[in-house]
Design a protein around this ligand. Structure first.
Ligand code: GTP
Ligand code: MG
Length: 571
């Protein structure tokens, strides 16, 4: 029951830092969670989710808040009170926060949209010397403060928008008492904050002000790790230009008479998407305040416009006509909500993979975060009893309003989480982490594919190194890009980490050397040997190299981690 009420309250917070909230729980509730790694009671979710908001409802709420918000560049020694008093002349301010990103900024959310209109009426286009201004009235503003400011007033608190460095993470992990606590702490340290999610939605909303000039009914929706509950501070903002509202038919049947818009036609849907994105890319480049480094990547499988939004520091990828990806985000969000262990394990595995360069921010033959998350889901479906239901089960539980077919693909999943009954599984995070590594250290990648729809291995339909069936476009492989070398590195690292977790020395809490999960972030000794270990499918006995690692770990402690950290501190 305790777990049930916790899950319920977590869900009420929607997308915002779930783990962060969880760490703020009253001690007795928190204790229960940590001691059994958030063991799920039967029907936990059913009860908890009754009053929860659906994924769509959370997105809509965030989007609406963003439309009532402005982003303001301001002096770093700003007098917060005077600033708020000045803005309050235009209406009640619901929320605001400050952050730093090459200068100080404030996000201010008014309680009504009229305030934005009123504010805009009072703002001038700046007179620029020796140059000319594009007269585009956006909601990205500059706060001008005449004369020098006194610094006698209290400074506002600036909210952090970037992830902690690996050294800071190691420090945090060293203070915990178990691997379970370490993974929970890691999630809390890395996950998107409430403010960061608000800023992401605001950037989408600012972009929509540009695209809305062409397509007034369009919506820019964030997807991917911004909304799937697995986002880490510093991750990119994936966006969809959603034009569905334009296609929605408003004709009433009956009279037989009708009118149609005359439209330009393209050779294919892809060609139309490319043409729309190319115009928008140009517009963002030339008119979008704060948008720099715009690249039109229109020949990609999924055409996109990539740019940096300087005031927020976000790298943005704008796609169009990409509803399946949004559905994938909803699916991952749903899995992340069902059991707190899902997010903790995903954050742990993603962090481990990034530190060891299994994943990369540069596209290539690497395993992606999306694939890794699906691999964790698949592993949790294999537990006995399973921690997560199959995608087919989520489809069976769907109601009539959940029906969703996109480009011929049945993307139906239940939206009401209270319909999902979970089985009791009390595995600790430590056990799950250990067995995740053993599972993938021994997985028959040469012949089997990963399939979360069935929750079972399937025969691989093609010879690519790694085959993970796309959850909704079931003829596609989401890890087609991964080559044999990268897969071998992953397998070798899984084996090494599984082996390390079996060693008592690693599990002994120590104040002067990395232990538990932190020890898995130390430089690997076997990942370079992936090719060699290719044919050995069973866990090998401890190699002398790993023993040496353990020894050096005991001797050098944090020094080794610090060196590693400096090379891998960015996301
Ligand atoms: P980050 O690495 O934190 O950005 O994770 P992410 O989940 O946002 O991944 P990414 O930015 O690479 O992709 C954004 C979203 O696009 C994912 O969450 C998926 O929904 C979708 N996506 C990514 N890669 C694939 C793929 O290979 N196939 C399909 N169908 N969808 C993908
Ligand atoms: Mg992303």
């Amino acid at each position: 029951m305790a777990a049930s009420s916790v899950v319920c309250r977590l869900r009420y917070r929607g997308l915002r830092g779930l783990g962060r909230f969880w760490f703020g729980l009253e001690p007795q509730t928190q204790g229960r969670f940590t001691s059994t790694a958030s063991a799920q009671k039967e029907n936990t979710t059913a009860k908890a989710a009754k009053e929860s908001k659906t994924f769509q409802a959370i997105q809509e709420e965030r989007r609406e808040q963003a439309e009532r918000s402005v982003l303001i560049s301001c002096p770093s020694k700003i007098n917060e009170k005077k600033f708020l008093d000045y803005l309050s002349k235009h209406g009640t301010i619901n929320k605001h926060f400050f952050y730093n990103s090459y200068g100080a900024y404030a996000v201010v959310e008014f309680s009504s949209r009229e305030s934005i209109a009123s504010l805009k009426e009072s703002i001038n286009i700046p007179a620029v010397e020796h140059e000319a201004a594009v007269p585009f009235k956006s909601r990205l503003l500059s706060f001008k403060w005449p004369g020098s400011q006194s610094s006698s007033h209290p400074m506002p608190k600036f909210k952090v928008q970037s992830p902690p460095s690996i050294n800071e993470i190691n420090q945090l992990l060293s203070e915990k008492d178990s691997i379970d606590e370490q993974l929970q702490c890691l999630t809390e340290a890395l996950e998107l904050t409430e403010e960061n999610v608000s800023l992401r939605f605001l950037v989408c909303s600012l972009l929509r002000d540009i695209t809305g000039a062409y397509f007034p009914e369009c919506i820019i929706r964030p997807f991917g790790s911004t909304v799937n509950s697995f986002g880490k501070l510093g991750c990119d903002v994936d966006m969809i230009l959603d034009l569905e509202g334009i296609y929605a038919t408003s004709q009433k049947k009956g009279s037989g008479l009708s009118l149609e818009y005359q439209v330009k036609r393209g050779a294919s849907e892809r060609a139309v998407t490319q043409s729309i994105l190319s115009v928008i890319g140009k517009c963002v480049d030339q008119f979008g305040p704060g948008c720099v480094g715009v690249q039109n990547i229109l020949q990609a499988r999924c055409p996109l416009v990539r740019f940096s939004h300087q005031p927020s520091g976000f790298q943005c990828d704008l796609t169009a006509n990409n509803r399946v990806a949004m559905k994938s985000s909803e699916l991952l969000f749903l899995y992340g909500q069902l059991d707190p262990r899902v997010r903790h394990l995903v954050f742990g595995v993603r962090c481990w993979a990034r530190v060891h360069s299994i994943t990369s921010s540069i596209p290539g033959a690497w395993i992606t975060n999306f694939s890794l998350t699906v691999m964790v889901v698949f592993f949790l479906q294999q537990r006995n009893p399973p921690i997560l239901p199959t995608l087919d089960r989520l489809k069976e539980l769907a109601g009539p309003s959940d029906k969703c077919v996109i480009e011929g693909n049945d993307c139906t999943i239940v939206s009401d989480l209270s319909k999902i009954t979970l089985q009791q599984n009390t595995d600790t995070l430590e056990k799950l982490l250990q067995e995740f590594f053993e599972f993938y250290g021994n997985f028959p990648f040469n012949k089997a594919s990963i399939n979360i729809r069935k929750g079972k291995e399937q025969t691989k339909p093609e010879t690519t190194a790694l085959y993970i069936q796309n959850p909704f476009e079931t003829t596609l492989n989401i890890s087609k890009n991964v080559n044999a070398t990268q897969l071998e590195r992953f397998v070798a690292l899984c084996r090494e980490s599984a082996w390390l977790l079996q060693q008592k020395e690693i599990l002994n809490r120590s104040s002067d050397s990395p232990w538990g999960f932190a020890a898995l972030l130390l430089p690997s000794v076997t990942s370079g040997a992936g090719v060699k270990s290719r044919r050995k499918r069973k866990l090998e006995p401890a190699s002398s190299r790993i023993k040496n690692l353990l020894d050096s770990l005991k001797i050098k402690g944090g020094e080794t981690v610090a060196k590693k950290g400096s090379a891998n501190s960015s996301s």
